[in-house]
Design a protein around this ligand. Structure first.
Ligand code: GLN
Length: 477
């Protein structure tokens, strides 16, 4: 069986009778089985996927199949799927089953996509390496002992190792883009409010975005088109018309690119990432595009701002896990208060507890203005400063992450080292803008390098058409 990297190839092989949906699902199931050691999935829905495949195959025969017939996908363990377990990589949700299905997942199912499994991730999507999961770490398929990035690490590896065609991750501060970069695939975060968050477990509600991990821009565009748009269950979703992303026109004309010199001169950046990114800038210029070297004065402020605001939002969002309403409850409590305390202390992992404490602190009386209010103001400055760049430019292009996939357990001792992995991704998250990570070659150890493109508000269509151009004409394979 072929390894497929696009839905159009799958659909044309189905049409010509080379494969059928059941054979396709069996192909992915066998890859899932072969790659168990990567620990990318926390649940495999083999029977359901096979029976859905038979139904979809019949619909194809009858000419009634949806637009995603032949797409086999997985979801990160932060999405509700009725009647299925949802744990957010945490002990605190042990035994919890969803009572409804997330809007984005339901829309894919309604178009006959086939759901094959649930992906491992950092607990409550907090992390950059997939090492903070109650299910244990996911391993990068590109190299023994390397992390896949996080928090959607399981999703990235599932696509990378051909266990599914597309995976739905979530991106609060880079959790789709950074693992995509580490695993050599495409990772896309839409504009905040483009896709409904109904059924996505909340981490930081003013940042959280449904994101897509895939091999191709075309699959990313079609998946976005199906999931995007107004939803009565999420009032933050934009009611603006959803363009036909899948019919995006080919990029032509010269683009005006902005890049930040202080990203490439940043002390934590790998030399090979610097070189690969500079090559892309040179190639763009050779092809007639303009590349303006700017500085971004707020680069050193993006991480503190992001971590103050997201921990504050997380501390309130996660207060609902109290041992009463969901999942895990301690066995050794003697009154209501000790039940709350022990359930939360035993149920949450260390990183999540640290962030709840930090978030509670920055929201507490006496510190609220000094931290939370100030960070809100800085967020606005970062957003305004970023938006200003788009007055004269089409895109911002910068590395996705300062390093390639690092070794397991290598960032444990210094949490700041881990947070630094997000330095280039959180800007788009703070500003709510659409952004994508594309593969841009490999380092000398064979670890993939990612490059990131950020576009102006709701300009996903333009971003996707330029991304396709970059993949075809500019970036290293
Ligand atoms: N690594 C970042 C964090 O830990 C981003 C996580 C995310 O986007 N969910 O917060």
């Amino acid at each position: 069986m072929n390894t497929y990297d696009s839905l159009s190839r799958i659909q044309s092989d189905i049409d010509s009778g080379k494969i059928d949906c059941v054979g396709l699902v069996n192909h992915y199931l066998s890859n899932i089985n072969k790659n168990k050691h990567l620990n990318a999935l926390t649940a495999v829905y083999a029977d359901d996927a096979l029976s859905t495949a038979a139904t979809v195959q019949q619909k194809i025969k009858d000419g009634t199949a949806g637009r995603l017939a032949g797409m086999v996908f997985t979801i990160k363990d932060v999405y509700c799927h009725e009647g299925h377990e949802l744990q957010c990589g945490s002990k605190i949700l042990e035994g919890f089953e969803s009572q409804f299905t997330a809007t984005c997942v339901q829309r894919l199912l309604d178009e006959d996509a086939i759901l094959i499994g649930r992906n491992n991730c950092d607990e409550f999507a907090m992390g950059s390496s997939n090492e903070n999961s109650v299910f244990g770490p996911t391993i990068n398929g590109s190299g023994e002992n390397r992390v896949p990035g996080g928090s959607s690490g399981g999703s990235a590896v599932a696509v990378q190792a051909d266990m599914c065609l597309v995976s739905i991750g979530s991106d609060t501060g880079g959790s789709v883009r950074q693992p995509a970069a580490y695993c050599g695939i495409v990772g896309f975060k839409p504009n905040y409010g483009r896709i409904s968050r109904h059924g996505l477990s909340a981490y930081a509600s003013s940042f959280d975005c449904v994101g897509i991990l895939a091999h191709s821009i075309d699959d990313t565009a079609l998946t976005l088109e199906i999931m995007a748009g107004a939803d009565e269950y999420d009032t933050t979703v934009s009611h603006t018309n959803v363009p036909s992303y899948s019919k995006k026109t080919e990029w032509n004309g010269n683009a005006k690119i902005a890049c930040f010199d202080n990203t490439l001169s940043h002390e934590g950046i790998d030399e090979e990432i610097k070189v690969a990114t500079s090559h892309a800038y040179d190639k763009l210029q050779d092809l007639g595009h303009s590349v303006d070297h700017l500085g971004f004065d707020y680069l050193d402020h993006v991480l503190p701002t992001y971590y103050i605001l997201t921990t504050a939002e997380a501390s309130t969002n996660l207060s609902r896990y109290d041992g009463v309403r969901y999942g895990y409850r301690t066995d050794n409590a003697h009154d209501l208060e000790s039940m709350y305390k022990k359930s939360r202390s035993e149920g949450f992992g260390d990183e999540v507890k640290k962030r709840i404490l930090l978030g509670t602190y920055v929201l507490s009386e006496g510190f609220y203005d000094a931290y939370f209010t100030k960070a809100q103001k800085v967020r606005r400055l970062i957003r305004d400063e970023t938006k200003k760049i788009f007055d004269n430019h089409d895109f911002i292009v910068l590395p996705t992450a300062p390093t390639t996939a690092f070794e397991l357990n290598s960032h444990n001792r210094d949490p700041l080292e881990m947070y630094l992995e997000d330095i280039f991704t959180v800007q788009a998250s703070l500003a709510g803008l659409p952004a994508i990570s594309l593969p841009n070659g490999k380092d000398k150890n064979g670890m993939p390098i990612g490059i990131q493109v950020i576009a102006n508000t709701f300009e996903e269509e333009k971003l996707l058409s330029f991304s396709k151009y970059l993949v075809d004409h500019v970036l290293a394979k």
